[in-house]
Design a protein around this ligand. Structure first.
Ligand SMILES: Nc1ncnc2c1ncn2[C@@H]1O[C@H](COP(=O)(O)OP(=O)(O)O)[C@@H](O)[C@H]1O
Ligand SMILES: [Mg+2]
Length: 492
């Protein structure tokens, strides 16, 4: 029944409602914002990379375009002066089908083209869309390859067309290479002196410039920038994640600590309410109990005169009222703990007094009592009566743990720091499991038929009110040791 009460206290503890912590909510918000802004940053840097490389591409094209046009115009002049004029003078007309004329033109064009970063030069006829001359021999004689650009140039308008294929994917091993060609079409005019572009259009010059390498360089730059920004983002993400994980851990620990404190507070409130009830009931029982006992004692005396030999019956009443009185006193101690009245006292003296008081009990329970008291134990401030009760509670528990008898040893010693002393009380009894050890200081926890489960709870309370500590070590079947530390520490 007592264990049930203890279990009941424990269950209520578990079922309590807990408010959601607002701290973790705001942290979740911060986390959300950090990761979102990281994603936005990544997106922005990708867009920036794209804009930058597009810009670089445009600049490259513009420059190449004007380069090609300049080149074409220069070629136009040179060819006109060095080839067209002398040929017309010499042969009367231009006929590229004539190999002498063709070779002469070829020599002149190649001379101009040398070292100029130009892939090929072709000259179209003005009458029909046919290639009359080209630095690529296969192209000579081809028809209708000029297209719209050819027509525009015939109308006097220089123009360019870009044929390219290339993206980041072309950088992958095994992918087709980047391809980029700029074809510029310029009208081929008769030259009438410097800076005059009004001459009759005799054909179209096509200049082909290979820009594959430039495009590849731009794409690989784009790739490097992207790689760099991805690496930076990955690094940032890693750092942010590490911070988040750490913060989460700290917050979890804080939340746990807060829950523990809350639990402690509620536990204290519950125990205070319980204590009030216990005190009221115990107080009501105490007086009638005293009357019952003194009446039984009187009855016993009369009985011995009237009916000798029957005093045993009244003795039983007295014995049981004594036991009840003990329980009621324990309840009251629990319900109304006194503040300790501390004076400098010797722990050794308390132990010796206890040994004298308990000697008959030890003898009857076949218990050997051993003392190992330090001769240099300093006196420490304590309430002698309360500490005596603590030692008594622990020793009685020890006796109860050794039904077949055994050894109880008490050892006192000074601790190295400050005026602090320790007392160890060991028994060779049944010991306890780790699970039980966690519960023994909880009020009403007992596994005894006639126990209250309050002895250790009261003892712990007393020691804590002294500013000391009480700990337990135990092993099932071997025995148990309680250690109490008392006194003032200089190092705290
Ligand atoms: N020396 C010990 N050896 C084994 N078990 C112990 C010992 N001291 C305490 N206990 C366990 O702790 C429980 C609580 O002890 P206590 O608070 O004194 O209450 P009670 O003695 O009334 O049961 C005991 O019921 C027992 O199970
Ligand atoms: Mg006890």
């Amino acid at each position: 029944m007592k264990i049930q009460l203890h279990e009941f206290l424990k269950k209520r503890k578990k079922n309590r409602w807990r408010p959601a912590s607002s701290g973790s909510q705001s942290f979740a918000l911060v986390k959300y914002f950090s990761f979102t802004s990281l994603a936005v940053l990544l997106l922005a840097s990708l867009v920036l990379t794209w804009v930058l490389s597009n810009n670089a591409k445009k600049v490259m094209l513009d420059r190449s375009d004007s380069y090609s046009r300049l080149f074409a115009e220069n070629l136009n002049r040179q060819v006109f002066l060095q080839f067209v004029l002398p040929t017309v003078v010499r042969y009367g007309r231009i006929a590229l089908s004539d190999s002498t004329q063709f070779e002469r033109l070829d020599a002149i064009v190649r001379n101009i083209t040398r070292g100029m970063l130009i892939e090929s030069v072709s000259i179209y006829d003005s009458g029909e869309n046919i290639i009359s001359y080209s630095t690529e021999p296969d192209m000579v004689g081809k028809r209708d390859v000029g297209g719209l650009e050819y027509q525009k140039a015939l109308d006097g308008e220089s123009n360019s067309v870009l044929i390219s294929s290339g993206s980041l994917l072309n950088l992958l091993p095994g992918a087709p290479p980047v391809y980029c060609t700029l074809k510029t079409y310029v009208p081929f005019r008769q030259d009438r002196g410097l800076n005059r572009r009004t001459g009759e259009i005799m054909g179209v010059v096509e200049v082909v410039k290979d820009l594959s390498e430039d495009l590849e360089a731009i794409i690989s730059l784009q790739f490097r920038i992207m790689l760099l920004s991805l690496t930076v983002m990955a690094l940032l993400f890693g750092v942010l994640s590490a911070i988040v994980v750490r913060a989460n851990r700290i917050m979890e620990a804080k939340a746990k600590e807060r829950r523990r404190l809350e639990e402690q507070l509620h536990e204290a409130q519950r125990l205070a309410a319980l204590g009030k009830m216990v005190a009221a009931v115990s107080h009501e029982i105490k007086n009638p109990l005293g009357i019952v006992r003194s009446t039984a004692e009187m009855l016993g005396k009369r009985m011995s005169k009237i009916a000798p030999g029957n005093e045993k019956l009244t003795d039983i009443i007295v014995e049981e009222t004594n036991r009840l009185d003990g329980i009621v006193r324990e309840f009251l101690d629990f319900a109304r703990p006194r503040d300790p009245a501390k004076v400098q006292s010797s722990l050794n003296e308390l132990v010796e007094r206890l040994a004298r008081f308990m000697a008959p009990e030890f003898a009857s329970k076949k218990i050997v009592f051993k003392m190992d008291l330090s001769p240099v134990l300093p006196e420490v401030p304590m309430d002698g009566e309360q500490i005596y009760q603590v030692l008594l509670n622990i020793i009685i528990n020890g006796i109860q743990a050794m039904e077949e008898g055994g050894v109880i040893s008490v050892k006192t010693y000074p601790l190295p720091h400050g005026k602090t002393v320790a007392v160890e009380i060991s028994d060779t009894g049944i010991g306890m499991s780790d699970e039980k050890m966690e519960q023994i200081f909880t009020p009403f926890f007992t596994d005894k038929n006639r126990g209250t489960g309050l002895g250790l709870s009261i003892s712990k309370n007393i020691v804590q009110k002294h500013g000391g500590s009480i700990t337990v070590r135990s092993r099932e079947g071997t025995g148990t040791t309680f250690t109490i530390i008392l006194g003032t520490r200089e190092d705290v």
